[in-house]
Design a protein around this ligand. Structure first.
Ligand SMILES: [Zn+2]
Length: 294
């Protein structure tokens, strides 16, 4: 991704301490990394801790070469995240201004992105070193520990700067869903659903966020020409790598469709692609069609 020297967002809240002191490993060591993956926006309702830590277990799950490995270094991390966040603000401001979401108005109220290290607090619960990125609707903030990007690159075999950008775009998409009423509506409906039906509703939310991420990628490319060779492959691989089926397999659990909360690897990559190919949020209706056809 072409990001150096580009405009940054001011909506970054950096809670990291010990800047420059590189944290190696993680609390539990390499052998047993617990990771909360991929945007738990109902942390109280969805069991989110997933055991990973199987070295190399992701190998062979994703086919095809990774073409670029230009991970932003830690020193550059804040700038990279700020540029991607600014790019989401540009595109979502455009989409809101065009009147895409009647009930949300024409003005996009951007999310704040919290960078933390090791642990932090949020109204959605405490984040720890094992937390993956998540969005908290209660305060409208996205929480990311950049150490997750190392896990993604190594354990999940999804390296690359545009893989990282996808993660930010996905969490920003949840913020959009919060503004346009999708998240509040889903939260209300979930209250009267069984856990299986509730999970299915959550999958619809997540696949829509992946689709929105694809829309963002398409539109920022058209506007700013940010993509470099291999970038789209990185994002697709990232979406694929956080599929429920893959994560369940990696953690040694049985693949149980009733416990899916994000969709399969194939679904997640495909919905990203649907957004990417259309560049139109209207292509991202994951709520109308029968669940089995998602
Ligand atoms: Zn999500």
């Amino acid at each position: 991704m072409r990001w150096r020297g580009r405009r940054t967002s001011s909506n970054i809240e950096d809670r990291r301490t010990g800047r420059g002191a590189r944290r190696v490993g993680g609390v539990g060591g390499v052998g047993a990394i617990l990771v909360v993956l991929a945007s738990l926006f109902f942390p109280e309702a969805v069991p989110v801790l997933r055991m990973l830590g199987l070295d190399g277990a992701g190998g062979g799950l994703v086919q095809g070469p990774v073409q670029t490995l230009d991970e932003p270094r830690r020193d550059d991390q804040t700038q990279f995240v700020s540029v991607v966040l600014a790019d989401t603000e540009t595109i979502w401001s455009e989409i809101f201004a065009a009147g895409a979401f009647e009930r949300a108005g024409n003005r996009y109220d951007p999310a704040v992105l919290v960078l933390f290290e090791g642990g932090t607090t949020s109204p959605c619960g405490n984040a720890s070193a094992q937390s993956g990125p998540f969005y908290c609707p209660a305060d409208g903030k996205i929480y990311i520990d950049p150490a997750f990007y190392e896990v993604m690159a190594t354990k999940l075999k999804a390296p690359g700067d545009f893989a990282q950008a996808y993660v930010i775009a996905h969490e920003v998409a949840h913020h959009v869903q919060n503004l346009n009423g999708v998240l509040p509506a889903v939260q209300r409906r979930r209250a009267s659903l069984s856990s299986v039906e509730g999970n299915r509703l959550t999958v619809r939310v997540e696949l829509q966020a992946d689709c929105y991420s694809g829309v963002w990628a398409r539109r920022i490319e058209e506007r700013e020409r940010v993509l470099e060779e291999g970038d789209l492959n990185e994002a697709l691989r990232a979406a694929y790598s956080v599929g429920d089926d893959i994560l369940m397999r990696m953690s040694g659990r049985r693949v149980d469709e009733t416990k899916f909360t994000h969709g399969t690897a194939e679904q997640r990559a495909r919905w990203f692609k649907i957004g990417l190919q259309s560049g139109d949020i209207r292509a991202c209706d994951t709520f109308s069609q029968p669940y089995q056809q998602l």
